[in-house]
Design a protein around this ligand. Structure first.
Ligand SMILES: C[S@@+](CC[C@H](N)C(=O)[O-])C[C@H]1O[C@@H](n2cnc3c(N)ncnc32)[C@H](O)[C@@H]1O
Length: 215
């Protein structure tokens, strides 16, 4: 059983981050911007270093934190990332400039569900990273999976939704109940996908890693 103490212990062992990254984390905390938690991002970066992708499509930039971490960890990668919240998109532009990752990151502003044609111009991608509206995961997957290269993988964050997908406790809020149902449906659909095999890693908010069957 992974408990909070264990998580904090592992986090304390992580290498020190550069000041610009710490500043983005601080901004996220102060402005309630949801960014990937420490262990999830480290796990994802480690896996990406093994996969060595050349191009990544990210759905859900927020303020650019994960895109910048990916760009720093993989100096040859190019990331195309989409955000629909204007304030966050503008802050991401600032941080991309400040961290000298402009050459590696293309920031797109808009709703990812309406941007298929625009995104297609940047395809193919070796990784699709889904980290946006939780109720729309399947739509993001179906819209952008065709843009993946032959060995492309899909990473979906927040598939355990703070453990709520597994709880037997009654949930008061209708909106949360509906969201839980949608994520559960996505997980079941994903695990049974005829062309992808998936593992769900119960770290942070839960990450699903899907790769093409038979690869
Ligand atoms: C969890 S945050 C992304 C965090 C970011 N990947 C990180 O770890 O630094 C999710 C973001 O997705 C954005 N978003 C949600 N639905 C979207 C959509 N349909 N199109 C574009 N952006 C969307 C939200 O505005 C929010 O900023």
């Amino acid at each position: 059983m992974v408990n909070e103490e264990m998580i904090q212990y592992v986090e304390r062992l992580l290498p020190k981050k550069e000041e610009a990254i710490v500043e983005i984390e601080r901004y996220a905390r102060e402005h309630n911007v949801p960014i990937m938690d420490a262990l999830s991002i480290e796990t994802m970066l480690h896996m990406l270093k093994l996969v060595q992708p050349m191009r990544i499509l990210e759905i859900g930039t927020a303020i650019g934190y994960s895109a910048i971490r990916m760009a720093k960890a993989l100096p040859h990668v190019h990331i195309v990332t989409i955000e629909r919240d204007e304030e966050r998109y503008k802050q991401a532009l600032v941080y991309v400039e400040q961290t000298n990752t402009k050459e590696q990151i293309t920031l797109l502003f808009g709703d990812a569900l309406d941007m298929g044609d625009e995104v297609k111009k940047h395809a193919p991608f070796d990784v699709l990273f889904i980290d946006a509206a939780k109720g729309q995961y399947r739509r993001f997957f179906e819209l952008y999976e065709p843009l993946l290269s032959e060995r492309g993988i899909i990473i979906t964050d927040n598939v355990l939704f703070k453990g709520l997908v597994a709880t037997h406790e009654p949930i008061e809020q209708k909106r949360i109940r509906q969201l839980i149902k949608k994520i559960q449906a996505y997980n079941e659909w994903l695990m049974a996908h005829p062309r992808y095999e998936t593992v769900i890693i119960p770290i942070g908010d839960g990450i699903a890693i899907s790769r093409k069957r038979g690869e």
